[in-house]
Design a binder for this molecule. Structure first.
Ligand code: M6R
Length: 611
């Protein structure tokens, strides 16, 4: 959740840290801090954004070539200056930045207190800093050993970087359950919780594995396991461009990412879906495809927007591949005793590849002997490494906290998988297959058409920006879209919104409808169309305000609705890919008009690496 950045080399560390923290701010943004070594360790930290930290540093002398920085999403202790990272141990020997949670911190804190250690903050991280220092002062031969011994006493997750004032020519980094990437430069190293702060300096990176401890001087990197076994670092090439992590002229990342969807879906297709060919190529699934085709049941595990994509997947796999599907919140699945049979396949979906609950659910599924596949966006993140096989979405970096292009690319991958299985099982005839692929290939340009009509959506947003509640309705493939539309609105504009299957409305939510209640109905032409027309009438009869997403040329709902957002006609199996776009834009415009911080909504963080 939090962002980590660190530097060691010949350059000035501070600009690299500040720049890196700005790039990482989407991971957490309630406080930020840096520490620079230059004859002594200086720490500057502040509640608020990185800009507040910069103002606080002002013109103070923070020169130095070694430094660590952190942007926080609070877990232990409220967001304030004292709880912000970096944390320094009581005698100032160790300064640390940390992502994750030390679960036994309270017991460790009591013990250290009984030994006379005092604390300034309420954080688990300061406990770790003091534990390391205590062990070091008790006679550990060097800082690395003190860190190793301390980590052996810790229960929980961490990605951390440490400066020891007695050994100031090095950084010590360790990872367990919280990602860390090392950028390899020329006599310099960069560390970060993801590659975004590194890419402008180097494309050569090393992803730490769980249990790794790295000791880094400006010209040497030593990597060992938690059992002190030497490792050969594996250097990989990043394939992100710096342009992908900039706003590219848009006012917000979210808007840029909404408008990127034609391109990101094309990238997800590229090399996989070809019109001239009768197969979809999903290289990452090649070896497991026979098992997938034979699957008696598919279990999809995910959180948030990825869970909504999973729900679309349920309809796709059932429709096209005739495999029963259960879609589970990862956080619920992992705490049950789920029944997984040997013919079941588990699919984990995640944009970040770091969501703690999804990772834990994967672990559980693996322990129960399941084949676990991943659909993930961030290359090299934990989920692709923990799953047996999988497919990358290739959406490109998604920086806006509200997920948009990740959702449509996840649905694209699920559709490719379902079509592949259906085709292999001979459930899809040659001509239906050709029609599906033709229609699938048209999706990016149809999204482009919707985006060109964004003004209509913006005008409607103006009228509803002051609502306090809203209802989102859909049926079939469009029910998950209703859920996703409602989530987008509530998370970035703080308007309460509920998504429902349209027919469920009369079992309770209809009581909420009056002339002040905006009801967003996703009602494009498919087999449920007549039914949803009746649902729209039910809303109309109670004077609800109707905002409908309809198929171009629709006249029936147009007559009843207060506003319509038209989308081009498509095969219903792809309808989620088009119908979600107006809802993303609607939420975006409302949030901007309400003056909300669209890219960094309150209380949220981009990747949820705590349980
Ligand atoms: O990285 P993941 O896809 O695993 O993240 C899961 C959710 O935290 C995420 O989809 C969240 O719901 C979105 N930010 C909502 O827009």
């Amino acid at each position: 959740m939090c962002g980590i950045v660190a530097y060691i080399g010949e350059r000035q560390a501070l600009p690299i840290l500040i720049n890196g923290l700005k790039r990482l701010e989407y991971r957490g943004y309630d406080s930020a801090g840096v520490s620079i070594w230059n004859k002594k360790t200086k720490v500057y930290k502040r509640k608020g954004k990185v800009a507040d930290l910069e103002a606080f540093i002002g013109n103070d002398d923070l020169t130095g070539n070694i430094g660590i920085g952190h942007t926080r999403w609070a877990t232990h202790g409220e967001p304030n200056d004292v709880n912000a990272h970096p944390h320094m141990s009581m005698n100032g020997k160790f300064t640390i930045i940390h992502n994750g949670i030390i679960e036994n911190y309270s017991r460790l804190r009591d013990k250290l207190t009984s030994f006379g250690v005092t604390f300034k903050s309420e954080t688990d991280t300061e406990v770790l800093a003091n534990l390391i220092e205590y062990i070091y002062e008790k006679g550990a031969v060097d800082a690395e050993l003190a860190v190793r011994l301390a980590l052996s006493k810790v229960i929980g997750a961490y990605g951390l970087v440490i400066i020891c004032s007695d050994e100031p020519d090095k950084l010590i980094a360790a990872r367990k359950g919280s990602p860390l990437v090392i950028g390899v430069g020329n006599e310099e190293y960069f560390l970060a919780s993801d590659a975004t702060p590194i890419v402008e300096y180097t494309k050569s990176v090393i992803y730490l594995n769980d249990g790794d401890v790295a000791v880094i001087t400006k010209d040497q990197l030593t990597l060992k396991t938690d059992h002190n076994k030497s490792q050969t670092p594996i250097i990989q090439e990043l394939n992100i461009d710096i342009g992908e992590i900039d706003k590219g002229g848009y006012e917000h990342f979210m808007l840029k990412e909404i408008f990127e969807q034609p391109r990101s879906i094309n990238d997800t297709f590229r090399g996989r879906v070809k019109t001239e060919n009768d197969k979809i190529h999903l290289g990452g699934l090649y070896e497991v495809m026979p098992k997938l085709i034979e699957a008696k049941r598919i279990l999809i595990i995910a959180c948030g927007t990825s869970w909504h994509a999973g729900l679309v997947g349920e309809y796709l796999f059932e429709d096209l591949a005739r495999i029963p599907v259960e879609v589970e919140y990862a956080s619920e699945f992992r705490y049950r005793n789920p029944i997984i049979n040997k013919d079941d396949v588990v699919i984990a979906i995640s944009q970040s590849g770091e969501t703690a609950d999804t990772l834990a659910a994967i672990q559980l599924a693996k322990e129960k002997g399941a084949l676990v596949l991943g659909i993930c966006n961030v290359v090299g993140s934990s989920i692709p490494r923990e799953t047996h096989a999988g497919v990358y979405t290739h959406a490109g970096p998604e920086i806006g906290v509200a997920s948009t292009k990740a959702f449509t690319c996840q649905v694209t991958v699920l559709a490719m998988m379902a079509i592949t299985i259906g085709r292999s099982k001979e459930l899809i005839s040659d001509s239906s297959y050709q029609n599906l692929i033709k229609e699938f290939n048209l999706i990016p340009e149809k999204i482009e058409e919707i985006l060109q009509n964004s003004l209509i959506i913006k005008e409607a947003a103006e009228l509803y920006k002051d609502s306090t509640n809203s209802l989102y309705l859909g049926r079939g493939y469009l029910f998950p879209v209703a859920l996703e539309g409602a989530l987008k609105l509530k998370e970035i504009s703080y308007i309460h919104a509920e998504g429902y299957p349209a027919a469920e409305m009369k079992h309770g939510p209809i009581a909420l409808i009056d002339e002040k209640m905006p009801v967003v109905v996703v009602a494009t032409k498919d087999s449920s169309y007549e039914k949803i027309v009746s649902n729209v009438q039910e809303v109309k009869a109670r004077n609800g305000k109707i905002i409908a997403v309809v198929t171009k040329g629709d006249t029936v709902i147009r007559k009843m609705a207060d506003h319509v957002f038209e989308i081009p006609e498509t095969n219903p199996v792809f309808s989620a890919l088009l119908s979600v776009i107006p809802l993303q834009l609607f939420s975006y415009y409302i949030a901007v008009m309400r003056g909300c911080n669209v890219d960094q909504p309150r209380n949220l963080a981009k990747s949820v690496t705590v349980e």
